[in-house]
Design a protein around this ligand. Structure first.
Ligand SMILES: Nc1ncnc2c1ncn2[C@@H]1O[C@H](COP(=O)(O)OP(=O)(O)O)[C@@H](O)[C@H]1O
Ligand SMILES: [Mg+2]
Length: 303
């Protein structure tokens, strides 16, 4: 079973005491990357009213793949992606009441996305960051243990925080983005957009009109003093009726005042334009890109 589905199942079966141990492990792993088994036992017995059965509850966490050994001598424990997912899902569930959690809609190099239903916000997407997953797999393959294996927790939370910040900044702008409901740890709760990725469209749905709509979105973003930095046909969604484009996936955004913002902007615009042109759609590429870059320059100068 994959990490988040395993977390969702475990959330409903784990006793509270096991979750308490997981929370204690998290608090140490966030700072040190891992925690000594004896420290965890000490913390659990110190803070817990029912301070028995540490060993049994810890075993449950291991069996459910929510924690793993960080060191060969079985002294240091770390959280797994699944363990961290469980804690994020638990918090999201408390606040939004998840009524169903299911299909994986995307599995990227550094994130996993699932569709969910929440009683307070309806259809939504939960995006879990997995920064370092690739290098972690590498580590596992080589059967060695590395510091990288635990720092993912910090980097994944940072990426989620950065994306959440972007959504906050864009909230009152004219840019079409999914509604952002909440971030917890390395997970974002977003509105589910019914539609398709730009990358999967072909003519006649793919046309110059759509390109100009995307450029308009980029201009709105510039007015919010904002450059996407990873704009490409996979990070643009087109609504089912093909009338609205949405921009997604913002962890790398930079403010317009960033020293490389014009370079990033030009790269973003060229990525999108090249995609349309490769599909045989004729565009006023030079003109549109120069116009957009000039707008950005004006906005930078007026800072
Ligand atoms: N809010 C959403 N509604 C519907 N589908 C989405 C949503 N957000 C992302 N997706 C789908 O998941 C894919 C990956 O999401 P994205 O945020 O781009 O993460 P990644 O970092 O893995 O690229 C997107 O290309 C899109 O197909
Ligand atoms: Mg993406």
């Amino acid at each position: 079973m994959d990490d988040a589905l395993n977390a969702w199942t475990s959330l409903h079966t784990l006793p509270n005491s096991a979750i308490r141990i997981l929370l204690l492990a998290e608090s140490k792993c966030k700072i040190f990357g891992s925690v000594k088994k004896n420290t965890l036992k000490y913390l659990y017995e110190k803070h817990s009213r029912e301070n028995k059965n540490f060993k049994d509850f810890l075993n449950l966490l291991f069996e459910s793949k929510l924690v793993a050994w960080e060191s060969r001598n079985k002294e240091l424990i770390r959280l797994t992606f699944s363990g961290y997912d469980l804690l994020a899902l638990r918090s999201i569930n408390k606040k939004f009441n998840i009524t169903s959690f299911g299909s994986n809609i995307a599995r990227g190099k550094e994130s996993d996305l699932y569709v969910a239903e929440c009683s307070s916000v309806g259809s939504c997407v939960i995006k879990f960051y997995r920064i370092g997953r690739t290098s972690f797999r590498d580590v596992k393959r080589k059967r060695s243990f590395s510091k990288l294996s635990s720092s993912w927790l910090i980097h994944s939370t940072k990426a989620a925080t950065s994306e959440a910040r972007a959504y906050e900044l864009l909230k009152n702008s004219e840019v079409n983005v999914p509604k952002f409901f909440w971030r917890n740890r390395h997970a974002l709760l977003l509105e589910y957009i019914e539609g398709k990725r730009l990358s999967s469209l072909e003519e006649p749905e793919l046309n110059a009109e759509l390109f100009y709509q995307i450029i308009l979105q980029v201009k709105h973003m510039l007015k919010t003093k904002f450059v996407h930095v990873d704009l490409n046909p996979f990070n643009i969604l087109v609504s089912s009726d093909r009338k609205k484009v949405y921009i997604i996936d913002f962890p790398q955004w930079v403010p317009l005042t960033h020293p490389n913002s014009l370079f990033y902007l030009s790269r973003d615009l060229n990525n999108v334009a090249s995609f349309f042109e490769q599909k045989g759609i004729r565009l006023d590429r030079e003109k549109v890109i120069n116009e957009t870059l000039n707008l950005a320059k004006q906005l930078i100068e007026s800072e």
